[in-house]
Ligand binder design. Structure first.
Ligand code: HEC
Length: 113
């Protein structure tokens, strides 16, 4: 029993244990970034279509210029309107809106837009 407690203490305090924890924090940043951008933008797919290519009356977003998208989103975030689209924009930080604009502008424009 005394031995077992001693072993547990050794595991907790050993430097190798600290090394394992810090290694697990290292992740491929680029891959994570793309996944984050896509996840942020996935909310928009409900209305603006999969991959930003709308099949209904609402405008598609794919292939629009980054500047245009980012400017529109920032405007919708800043003003006091509370309609559907303005509330969407208010839910994100400026950095997140930039990433969403970047994501849609990088996608190929569909035939319907
Ligand atoms: C619940 C439905 C809905 C969701 C979700 C939604 N939108 Fe919209 N969006 C609209 C409607 C409706 C309009 C205004 C009508 C139009 O432009 O066709 C609009 C307009 C826009 C416009 C201006 C028009 C254009 O083509 O440039 C942009 C930019 C836009 N949305 C981006 C986004 C982004 C980015 C997201 C995700 C963060 C998003 N929308 C999520 C419904 C939605």
């Amino acid at each position: 029993m005394g031995n077992m407690l001693c072993n547990i203490w050794n595991i907790v305090s050993a430097t190798s244990c600290v090394t394992i924890v810090s290694l697990s924090l290292v992740s491929p940043v680029a891959a994570a970034d793309l996944a984050v951008d896509r996840t942020l933008a996935s909310q928009c797919a409900q209305c603006h279509g999969t991959d930003g290519n709308s099949v209904g009356d609402i405008d598609g977003l794919a292939g629009e210029s980054f500047n245009e998208l980012y400017r529109e989103l920032l405007e919708m975030k800043r003003d006091d309107d509370q309609d559907l689209m303005h509330l969407q924009a208010k839910g994100y930080t400026n950095d997140q809106l930039a990433r969403i604009a970047e994501y849609f502008s990088s996608l190929p424009k569909g035939d319907d837009d």
